[in-house]
Design a binder for this molecule. Structure first.
Ligand code: ZN
Length: 456
């Protein structure tokens, strides 16, 4: 990005440490970063302004951060519609085991396009299925993110505990432990960029307590710490998972994961629905993060995560779409609303979560969970220019005076502009980096090819 971009006349929710907001404010972007943010118009006499945006009727927020997803699942949406997690997985594994590189590339492009159009500027893809001979699946995801222009954490997953060893996945869907570890190390060395403005980070991410061996968990933790990258997995998602851990290991999922070296400020876990008070204390004590996925938890009848308790204990919490086979909508801005609504169905009722806490989960909270809060998650000078202008003067929002309430409680707000490092990715609700209809056609074709392969 050359020159300065000035955005003026919009409401601004900075989501900084003090929740600073401006009813009418400005932003100045320069060199891929935020140079200034404040109330009223931009300072007069700024040189080198190449673009000036009158954002009247809009709210500016940090770009949304999706902390948990499985991009490949875009091809298997709508399956096992009335199943809980374990039955849904048993129905899905045989189909998923037929994926290949072109399928994953098309699914990743569609997943990323859908999210970007809804204001996501950073996303995590947790990919844990690597069928023999399927090609370079992680490379396909990374190529797709580069093409769409969204920052990516590629979480290199793995499963090595097949059904014959007491795991949930069928034997044909798992890798050998040492192969998974070697491929994960290769992925970090090939793709991980530790730079503050990185477009691609890699995390080490064995799939879940019921699909990986204790050896893989322990050695993954050692590997990630040796390479200086983060750790991600699923944890405490369902009552059935807790039962599995008690039967097999004589303890709950959090105690089991802690025994394998899996609590710490460099770890985040998806779901964390079935947490005891002691589990929450352990997460808070160690700085372990949570990717809260309210729609997926509802779709799979997993339960209501204790987000208000996690937040009051000081646990870092972000939001996740989760795979689109368990959240067919595939968007994150709708999860702001769903997080608030679902939390209010729990014991804290109307005191569960405010609209501003919901926005924080999707922005600053997510940045902290993926270890990028120094450069992402709030609109502050020096941070990367990842931001969204939400249009709030249209039919869906014009009568809600509080812009944050309009964004969180109203219908999905149109995205007038989304930038990543100051570069526009979405304008006037349309993706600039790809032809949405072509992305949809390619994903549809690959979904049919996958269904045909699975039927053979
Ligand atoms: Zn997941």
């Amino acid at each position: 990005m050359s020159g300065r971009t000035v955005i003026e006349n919009c409401a601004v929710a900075t989501v900084d440490a003090h929740d600073t907001e401006h009813a009418t404010g400005h932003l100045v972007l320069s060199g891929g970063r935020i140079e200034a943010v404040g109330p009223g118009p931009a300072p007069a006499g700024l040189g080198g302004v190449t673009r000036r945006i009158d954002a009247t009727g809009h709210l500016a927020t940090p770009g949304l951060i999706n902390t948990h997803h499985h991009f490949y699942q875009w091809l298997t949406r709508g399956l096992a519609q009335d199943a809980h997690l374990f039955d849904w997985l048993r129905a899905s594994y045989p189909v998923w085991a037929c994926i290949d590189e072109p399928m994953v590339h098309a699914a990743a492009r569609a997943s990323l396009a859908m999210m970007a159009r809804g204001g996501v500027t950073t996303a995590v893809d947790h990919h844990y299925l690597f069928p023999r001979g399927a090609g370079d699946l992680l490379g396909a995801v990374i190529r797709a993110a580069g093409g769409i222009g969204v920052r990516l954490t590629a979480a290199r997953g793995a499963m090595d505990l097949g059904a014959s060893d007491g795991g949930l996945p069928p034997d044909f869907a798992v890798e050998a432990t040492d192969d998974a570890l070697a491929a994960t190390e290769d992925a970090v060395r090939a793709h991980h960029d530790p730079a503050p403005d990185a477009m691609v980070r890699v995390a080490v991410a064995p799939c879940s307590p019921f699909s990986v061996t204790t050896k893989l968990l322990c050695e993954s933790a050692e590997l990630a710490r040796r390479l200086g990258v983060r750790l991600h997995t699923h944890g405490s998602e369902t009552a059935e998972e807790a039962e599995f851990c008690h039967e097999r290991f004589g303890m709950g999922p959090t105690a089991y994961l802690e025994s394998a070296g899996w609590l710490g400020p460099d770890v985040w876990m998806a779901h964390c629905v079935h947490m005891t008070d002691g589990d929450i204390t352990a997460f808070a004590r160690t700085g372990t993060g949570v990717a809260h996925c309210p729609s997926s938890n509802a779709r799979l009848a997993a339960g209501i995560a204790r987000v208000p308790d996690l937040l009051s204990a000081g646990v870092p919490v972000g939001l996740g779409v989760d795979g689109t086979a368990s959240n067919e909508a595939g968007e994150l801005h709708t999860e702001l609303r769903n997080a608030l609504l679902v939390a209010r169905l729990g014991p804290h009722r109307e005191r569960a979560l405010t609209v501003r806490q919901a926005l924080r989960l999707g922005t600053a909270g997510g940045a902290r969970v993926i270890g990028r809060d120094a450069e992402l998650g709030s609109l502050e000078p020096g941070k990367l220019a990842d931001l969204v202008l939400w249009r709030l003067d249209g039919l869906g929002h014009s009568t809600i005076t509080d812009p944050v309430a309009a964004l969180v409680l109203g219908p999905p707000a149109p995205v007038t502009l989304a930038t990543v490092g100051g570069v526009p990715v979405v304008e006037a609700g349309r993706l600039l980096t790809a032809d949405e209809d072509a992305v949809a056609r390619a994903a549809g074709a690959e979904a049919r090819r996958l269904a045909a392969a699975a039927a053979r």
